[in-house]
Write a protein that binds this ligand. Structure first.
Ligand code: CTP
Length: 396
């Protein structure tokens, strides 16, 4: 997020206190943050707190002559890369949807020509009210990105959807939104493998695993959004091809190895595929039949080529090679061992005992020679955006 400017509008809800933590996280990521505090917001957090955390002046009113002379509100609305409304209250979203500009925040939102992300937080009944849902639909139709609120216990004592997502998740969504505006991977070729491989036993049976391909496809989508030329070598999955991505479908590990080799050279290789370690020694030409004797057919396995290890040793090794490791135990230890054994620059590890393969959420740990960075628990597309940001930083 280095060198990006965020205009953060803080609405009047109890979740406003979390926006302080958001400012801190965004600053830590290198973003420049300017806060706009609504009248309602000022009942929950102070301009002083936000000024101290953001290290920038905080704007609170349209009618401040000094502010208006130094920085007109139109300019304020245009100088950001992204406008974030957090918390976006029911009232603020209603005014946004209706095009009302009766304070500084709503005037900026109407005047801006920059992408807007709204992060709603409110009581569950207010969130579920048809009027709020109508307003959210209108905002989305107008091109505003509206995050889904979290579900859980609320400050008001009720339970359900309406909670502000945790600041690290908001931060990751902001990174994702910025990824669609800034293009740090322009001119780079990113090679990705995703999905499982299928290793035939006979014409109707195969060896496979539970990989859904979601994480790899999300990374391909994030890389394409970041401006990269993306080649996605995919095992059999049920995922749509992300926009701007060249997809090469394969079935077996050996086909995947050949497709990876053919796609070189690349600036980065991200090997997300859950490649089958073994294949049947001899694929039967015809369906293996039961003969009623209770005898089971002998299934001889042979090891598949290790695509990642081979790539790391290749003369055409991309400057940055990232492997993945889905582990059920001793996650970081296994990741460190794989880093050394395969010769990758990073191993991105995830614990498939706590977050099952095929699910929507992941916790990724980036393991490299310089240590471990653990990303927060995130939906797979937000985790992908953050990983692509780290990759863009590493290449820069
Ligand atoms: N990988 C690969 N080719 C293989 C096996 C794995 O390219 N034949 C890659 C995966 O895409 C991933 C990394 O190596 O990026 C680690 O995969 P994993 O299956 O976790 O490693 P293995 O070496 O197979 O170890 P194990 O299955 O025993 O944990």
């Amino acid at each position: 997020m280095k060198d990006t400017r965020i205009l953060l509008i803080i609405g009047g809800g109890i979740a406003a206190y979390k926006s302080c933590e958001l400012v801190r996280l965004l600053r830590k990521e290198g973003a420049d943050v300017t806060c706009v505090l609504t009248e309602g917001g000022s009942h929950f957090v102070t301009a002083m707190t936000l000024a101290a955390l953001s290290e920038n002046p905080v704007h609170t009113t349209l009618w401040d002559l000094k502010n208006e002379v130094e920085m007109g509100h139109i300019q304020l609305s245009r100088q950001a890369d992204l406008v974030v409304v957090c918390p976006a209250t029911a009232d603020l979203m209603a005014r946004m949807a209706g095009g009302i500009a009766n304070d500084l925040a709503t005037t900026l939102l109407l005047a801006t020509d920059k992408p807007v992300l709204a992060v709603p937080a409110m009581n569950v009944r207010m969130w579920q009210h048809p009027a709020t849902q109508r307003n959210v639909a209108t905002l989305r139709a107008d091109g505003v990105a509206v995050m889904e609120p979290d579900e859980g216990a609320m400050a008001c004592g009720e339970f359900g959807p309406g909670r502000l997502p945790e600041p690290p998740a908001i931060c990751a969504e902001i990174a994702r939104q910025l990824g669609s505006t800034s293009k740090p991977l322009t001119g780079r070729h990113v090679l990705i493998t995703a999905g499982p491989t299928h290793e035939p036993i006979d014409p109707v049976r195969y060896i496979a695993n539970r990989s859904s391909g979601k994480q790899g496809y999300a990374i391909a989508a994030a890389a394409a959004k970041a401006g990269a030329k993306v080649t996605l070598v995919s095992g059999p999955v049920n995922q749509p091809t992300p926009p701007g991505v060249t997809r090469i479908d394969v079935e077996t590990a050996r086909q995947m190895a050949a497709a990876v080799d053919a796609a070189l050279p690349a600036d980065v290789a991200i090997m997300v595929a859950a490649v089958a370690d073994w294949r049947s020694a001899g694929e039967a030409a015809q369906k293996i039949k039961k003969d009623g004797s209770g005898q089971v057919p002998p299934l001889q396995l042979v090891e598949n080529p290790d695509i990642l290890a081979t790539l790391c040793k290749s003369e055409r090794r991309p400057p940055l090679v990232v492997g993945f490791a889905a582990e059920t135990n001793d996650v970081l230890e296994h990741a460190r061992a794989k880093l050394a054994r395969k010769g990758a620059d990073w191993i991105v590890a995830n614990d498939v005992a706590t977050h099952k393969m095929g699910g929507e959420i992941n916790v990724l740990h980036i393991v490299s020679a310089s240590g471990v960075e653990s990303l927060p628990e995130l939906p797979k597309d937000a985790a992908a955006a953050l990983l692509i940001e780290r990759i863009a930083d590493a290449l820069a």
